[in-house]
Design a protein around this ligand. Structure first.
Ligand SMILES: Cc1cc2nc3c(=O)[nH]c(=O)nc-3n(C[C@H](O)[C@H](O)[C@H](O)COP(=O)(O)OP(=O)(O)OC[C@H]3O[C@@H](n4cnc5c(N)ncnc54)[C@H](O)[C@@H]3O)c2cc1C
Length: 389
């Protein structure tokens, strides 16, 4: 019988940051990953690190995380390629301008350092490559971006140094409970008897939760991502737009990552070399390219390096579930990040580690409770805060 105190399901950014935070506790920890670290959301991501444009409930997590991001290279002793170069959210017409003005007003009330740029001149001072067709923007100078694969590797290697075991190509299939406690975790290869199990398995959270008769009512839309070949330095801040139909950033190496808005998805997850992928379509690629050239005309000359589809674990209120399950002792859920979990991963890892160690969580988690979806009174109205990037 293998003896492990904590099983973490999924080696995405949430599983890896949790593993690192917990690795200092002296508990024996194993992260079990169906494919490879970063195989899904945390590899498909744009990797913006933003506080702006978030629901007020997430702002404390985002602020806490930004403080951590500034010293994450030193904490993890590994580069993350984090750059605090700001976030611009753009308005391309008067309807979008209203959205931006409201967003700035609301977010200032919530204590965020954010300003309204009221014309092209003000926007050009921050980012000269942006087209004159953009009429206004919000600007949060303390937002930024990082490299997702470097960050994941940084968290993973730091956790490994502290003794965490990472196991790839193994799927957690079931949690069995006995007397309202975890009895065992069954994987595609074995049974494990941990005291705690953390579900950080993104869009597949329900595959495991259903074994104890629970679900989180997520939808799974798709986002199309295009990566260009290297171009000249054109963009420092991460760009979003008021109606959330586009986001982009220029990576450290000069390539652009450009992502579309959410689209309904009814496809299948395929695998190649044991890595999952989802197909997107030419229309979304064309639409995303057209919008990006309208914003940065110099992109017209860029070549496409790659493109992919990314799936989102979207909850009804676009907020994650970060909670322990009161009726299954030892089970903790950290899923449903709704397209904006990358930036807040440092805070989430800390909070989940507090939950495992039965400490008061370092930040409030009431808005992220598991039970908020467990009655039949869930509003049919969808959150309009489905921004990413
Ligand atoms: C295109 C796109 C753009 C985005 N842009 C941003 C952004 O700019 N800023 C931001 O903050 N967020 C962004 N996000 C969201 C962010 O990337 C995700 O919220 C975050 O990466 C989710 O991390 P995770 O660890 O919860 O899930 P994942 O990274 O999906 O990790 C879950 C892991 O669990 C594994 N797994 C699943 N089931 C099992 C099982 N049964 N057993 C074992 N392993 C299992 C999977 O293989 C996977 O590796 C974006 C997402 C996408 C798709």
């Amino acid at each position: 019988m293998i003896s492990v105190d904590v099983v973490i399901v999924g080696a995405g950014i949430i599983g890896c940051s949790t593993a690192f935070e917990l690795s200092k506790s002296g508990l024996k920890i194993e992260v079990i990953e169906k494919h490879q670290p970063g195989a899904m959301g945390s590899g498909w991501t744009l990797a913006g690190v933003r506080q702006s444009g978030r629901h007020y409930a997430e702002i404390p997590l985002a602020k806490y995380s930004v403080d951590k991001w500034s010293c994450l290279n030193e904490i993890l002793d590994h580069r993350t390629n984090y750059k605090q170069e700001g976030n611009l959210r753009l308005a391309r017409n008067t309807a979008e301008d209203k959205i931006i003005q409201n967003l700035v007003k609301e977010q200032k009330k919530n204590g965020l350092e954010i300003e309204y740029l009221k014309n092209t001149n003000e926007i050009s001072e921050i980012c000269p490559s942006i087209s004159e067709n953009v009429i206004s923007a919000s600007y949060c100078p303390t937002d930024g971006h990082a490299d997702p694969i470097d960050t994941l590797r940084a968290y993973k290697e730091a956790a490994q140094k502290n003794g965490v075991i990472f196991t790839n190509n193994e799927e957690v299939l079931e949690i069995s409970e006995k007397g309202s406690k975890i009895e065992y975790v069954r994987t595609s290869k074995r049974k494990i008897f941990p005291k705690f199990c953390v579900l950080a398995n993104g869009i597949f959270c329900n595959n495991v939760l259903k074994s104890i008769g629970k679900i989180i009512p997520i939808e799974i839309p798709i986002v199309t991502v295009i990566q260009t070949e290297k171009t000249n330095p054109l963009l420092k801040p991460v760009i979003g737009v008021a109606n959330a139909s586009l986001a982009m950033r220029q990576e450290n190496n000069g390539c652009f990552r450009i992502s579309s808005g959410f689209q309904t998805w009814k496809g299948k997850i395929k695998t190649k070399n044991d890595m999952p992928y989802v197909e997107t379509n030419l229309e979304e690629i064309k639409n995303t390219i057209t919008q990006s050239i309208e914003i940065i005309p110099q992109l017209k000359k860029s070549s496409i390096k790659s493109f992919w589809g990314g799936l989102i674990d979207l909850t009804p209120d676009a907020l994650p579930v970060i909670d322990h399950l009161s009726d299954c002792e030892g089970l903790i859920v950290a899923s449903g990040f709704s397209g904006h979990g990358f930036g807040i991963a440092p805070a989430v890892g800390g909070i989940v580690s507090d939950l495992v160690l039965n400490k008061k969580t370092r930040l409030p988690i009431d808005p992220f409770s598991f039970h908020r979806f467990q009655n039949h009174l869930i509003s049919k109205k969808k959150s309009d805060l489905t921004l990413h990037g």
